[in-house]
Design a protein around this ligand. Structure first.
Ligand SMILES: NC(=O)c1ccc[n+]([C@@H]2O[C@H](COP(=O)([O-])OP(=O)(O)OC[C@H]3O[C@@H](n4cnc5c(N)ncnc54)[C@H](O)[C@@H]3O)[C@@H](O)[C@H]2O)c1
Length: 334
């Protein structure tokens, strides 16, 4: 098997998960890191056995020893960096959100198609065992026709600082940060339907910044099912751990975190609770490692990723529509 060389861009919080994931993948080498973290970047490189460190992405272009990159930078750089690498023949994994606007997403897709590159987006819940259990139950038809989902991505008594709260760098607040996971998870469980309408109420209630920390988004899918999505930072309460989704069907109900499902059976519905591997943390390394393994498989075998560019772009279209709806007070048709 040919070794795949991967360059990392960014050495912050999420890059550690990706570096560990790549270390677990077979026949992968990481020869170079690009980061603005100075000494911390050198320490990161030492920790994961990366030989070269630079603070210029141009230094990574034209290197024979990388076929792919993993972009874990502030959101503003996702699109321009991904496009630059793809133009230079390099496959790209980019963190969520795919970009700061659907327009940028379109440009990334055009570039990937033109240059025949793999473009995968970090919607990592698609690689989680419990998410896939609930998706399989829903797709089996056992809960009947799905008419509603309720999902959220909320940090309780906590919220990020720094670039996450700067509109210029992040593109948006909790909706762009946490809401995107809840939107993509609901859509994945539903079998990736097209969104038709979006209505949203979005506000800033907790911080002195120009981005949102409270959002309620209502999405109507082509199937007629409606998804309610909540996003937030610093909230006093969430219905469970930092992300969860409930699915309501005409014949049953499925819950992700806690994970179980039940069939509608008069007054005594049968509740089925599957055995699931123990999680060390809610967002555990296991799903990030699965995600990196899948990226490498896609690069090696030229496969379309499960969380590919159209999936990332659909989330961006919903997010853009939600911000527009919150501004106008009107339903936005897609
Ligand atoms: N999927 C997830 O669970 C998850 C979790 C956290 C963050 N993220 C996403 O990952 C990305 C990074 O988030 P983070 O929490 O790791 O941020 P972070 O602030 O911890 O790290 C950002 C990194 O980007 C580098 N950087 C900044 N500007 C750069 C530039 N112009 N060129 C090259 N490198 C640059 C910094 O030096 C730093 O190493 C964001 O898009 C975020 O939304 C995803």
């Amino acid at each position: 098997m040919d070794t795949i060389g991967v360059g990392l861009i960014g050495s912050g919080y999420i890059a550690h998960y990706h570096a560990r994931g790549l270390a677990e993948a077979a026949d992968v080498e990481v020869p170079v890191l690009c980061s603005l973290d100075g000494k911390a970047a050198e320490e990161f490189a030492d920790k994961y056995g990366i030989n070269d460190v630079t603070d210029q992405i141009n230094d990574m272009l034209g290197r024979e020893d990388i076929q792919a990159v993993v972009i874990s930078t502030p959101n503003k750089f996702h699109a321009p960096y991904a496009i630059e690498f793809m133009k230079n023949g390099i496959d790209v994994f980019v963190e969520k959100p795919m970009a700061v606007s659907a327009l940028q997403g379109t440009e990334m897709i055009e570039c990937a198609r033109k240059n025949e590159r793999i473009l995968m987006i970090g919607h990592m819940w698609r690689f989680d065992t419990e998410v896939n259990y609930i998706r399989d139950i829903v797709q089996s038809g056992k809960p009947g026709d799905i008419f509603k989902t309720k999902g959220y991505g909320i940090h309780v008594n906590w919220g990020p600082a720094g670039w996450f709260t700067e509109k210029e760098l992040a593109g948006g607040g909790a909706l762009a940060d946490m809401g995107v996971h809840a939107i993509d998870t609901a859509r994945y469980i539903l079998g990736d339907p097209e969104p038709k309408e979006v209505y949203a109420k979005i506000s800033t209630s907790f911080g002195d910044y120009e981005v949102d920390d409270n959002g309620i988004v209502v999405i109507t899918w082509e199937t007629g099912a409606v998804s309610i999505i909540e996003s937030g930072w610093w909230h006093p309460h969430a219905d469970g751990p930092e992300a969860g989704t409930q699915v309501f069907g005409t014949e049953g109900y499925a819950s992700l975190f806690p994970t179980f499902w039940k069939k509608k059976q008069g007054d005594n519905p049968e509740k089925i609770v599957p055995d699931m591997p123990e999680r060390k943390e809610h967002c555990d390394q296991v799903m990030y490692s699965q995600q990196m393994k899948h990226f490498i498989e896609c690069v090696r075998n030229r496969i379309k990723p499960v969380s590919g560019m159209t999936e990332g772009q659909t989330v961006l279209r919903i997010v853009d529509a939600a911000y527009e709806s919150a501004r106008s007070g009107k339903v936005v048709k897609l």
